[in-house]
Ligand binder design. Structure first.
Ligand SMILES: [Zn+2]
Ligand SMILES: [Zn+2]
Length: 138
């Protein structure tokens, strides 16, 4: 799906800026922060402000067009992949890895069967990634 269609599908009015931000998020599966997105787009979009980027990303998250991750206590990160997946943050390099295992699905089913409306679930793991671990051993 194109950024434009994803925004429409999630009831987000697709302005030029919003499409550019969504496209960036879809092309960069690195879970960028608002700062990262701003740094990447501000050259080509001089009217863009950091606040706009942040508010736009939050809006995407509120509408379910993106995930908002609070795994890193210094940064809020965003993810265009809204499928159920877990995240692993390396405390050394800051890289956030995706894990497409159905984590927490049973719990969600259980909560739903109790009559709760579960809209999202986040599973976070933290530690040192293998790349950083290998570097330490060198
Ligand atoms: Zn690392
Ligand atoms: Zn992810």
């Amino acid at each position: 799906m194109k950024a434009y269609d994803i925004l429409l599908a999630h009831q987000v009015k697709p302005s030029m800026q919003r499409i550019a931000i969504m496209e960036y998020l879809m092309d960069h599966k690195t879970h960028p922060s608002a700062e990262d997105v701003y740094a990447a787009l501000s050259d080509s979009m001089p009217t863009l402000s950091k606040t706009t980027v942040y508010n736009t990303l939050r809006l995407f998250a509120e509408h379910g067009a993106a995930l908002m991750l609070t795994i890193d206590d210094k940064n809020v990160n965003f993810d265009a992949d809204t499928s159920q997946h877990a995240h692993f943050l390396c405390k050394k390099c800051g890289h956030i890895y995706d894990f497409h295992t159905p984590v927490g699905m049973n719990k969600m089913k259980e909560l739903r069967s109790e009559g709760h409306m579960v809209e999202e679930a986040h599973t976070y793991y933290k530690g040192i990634c293998k790349e950083c671990k290998n570097r330490q051993n060198d």
